[in-house]
Design a protein around this ligand. Structure first.
Ligand code: ATP
Ligand code: MG
Length: 326
């Protein structure tokens, strides 16, 4: 049976995981072993970027996580609140600082990170009355692979998935695998179980094969459809994206031609735009265009959440921006 996405009217899209500030090195190079010019703090954390983009597009969206009682926390809370996200599931930890990620691009576009997540407020949240009340009115749960390596997020995701699905809501997964974050066998098994209950999977590059457990891309897509994932959207960076629907239906979308200033967060904005457009009733191929536009708007500015665009901004962007030759 193919699973479908639940409409926005059922309740907000929720996402549990790390809320971080990001600090970006101004010059490309290798790592952080020298004195560098840095910019930031920018609001960040893949789940938080995702929820912010959902909210900016006019979808109901709510974050589950924690920040410290400090300025880095305020940077995130102020932004999410400004953009209309529901923060009832975000705790303020009095004892730990807000999580952080330092990122430096290499000349070839690869990234080095220094994270402070595990020992920060970002990893210290859990099931609470406020979280339960939110989950019980949620319409969709989006799961980030990065969050599964955090025990706190993992516990919340496992409980929330059962509740959201039981009330007719839906599930999506972004494998979002980072080389710095290793997954153990238990996490892999949990990930596979979530894929088996998802309506939408949003892999990037070789994550498609990881998500399906099958090397060949065509076979991997077919396997995900056979497991009931109705919509598989493959992200290919500046190469654009492809949407695969059951029955061999495929839509290719070329990326928009923008300067790549800071690609961090593109995948999150892309996924959030696709999901939100679909939950608001838009057809899949049209949602794919909005997703590509959201990803492109995000890469064109520095800072992982700075390019999250509204519907009106995306309409103007689509009307005025050529596509890259693919
Ligand atoms: P991340 O995990 O770093 O946030 P990702 O690997 O999940 O990203 P990408 O494939 O990098 O996702 O980006 C998602 C989408 O954003 C792409 O499919 C594309 O539509 C758009 N995009 C990304 N990079 C560019 C770019 N340089 N130019 C134009 N569009 C881009
Ligand atoms: Mg990604």
């Amino acid at each position: 049976m193919t699973r479908a996405l639940a409409p926005d009217a059922l309740g907000p899209t929720i996402c549990a995981g790390e809320i971080l500030v990001e600090v970006v090195a101004s010059r490309p190079g290798a790592g952080f072993r020298e004195v560098l010019d840095l910019t930031g703090p920018y609001p960040s954390g893949a789940p938080a970027i995702f929820i912010d983009q959902c909210a900016r597009l006019g979808g109901q969206a709510a974050m589950i996580g924690a920040v410290g009682d400090d300025d880095f926390g305020a940077v995130n809370l102020d932004r999410l609140r400004r953009d209309g996200a529901d923060l009832s599931g975000v705790a303020v930890d009095p004892d730990r600082p807000t999580g952080s990620a330092f990122v430096r691009y290499r000349p070839d576009g690869a990234r080095d990170f220094v994270y402070n997540i595990a020992h920060s407020a970002a990893a210290r949240f859990g099931w609470s009355d406020a979280v339960e009340a939110l989950v019980r009115r949620a319409g969709h749960l989006h799961v980030m692979g990065t969050a599964l390596s955090m025990q706190a997020a993992r516990d919340v995701i496992v409980r929330a998935a059962d509740i959201v699905l039981a009330r007719g809501g839906s599930l999506s997964v972004d494998p979002n695998l980072r080389k710095e974050i290793a997954h153990d066998a238990e996490t892999e098994a949990l990930f596979a179980d979530l894929v088996d209950r998802a309506a939408l999977c949003l892999p990037s590059g070789e994550e498609l094969s990881r998500a399906a457990g099958i090397a060949m891309p065509e076979a991997a897509v077919a396997a995900l459809h056979a497991r009931g994932v109705g919509e598989v959207v493959l992200k290919r960076g500046a190469g654009g994206a492809t949407l695969f629907l059951p029955g061999g239906i495929r839509y290719d979308a070329a990326a928009f031609a923008v300067p790549e200033v800071d690609p961090t967060g593109a995948g999150d904005c892309f996924g959030a735009a696709y999901l939100t457009c679909r939950r608001l009733g838009m057809a899949p191929e049209r949602a794919l265009d909005y997703a590509c536009a959201a990803g492109a708007c995000n890469v064109a500015v520095r800072g992982p959440m700075e390019g999250a665009a509204t519907r009106a901004e995306l309409d103007a962007f689509i009307a005025g921006t050529p596509r890259r030759a693919s």
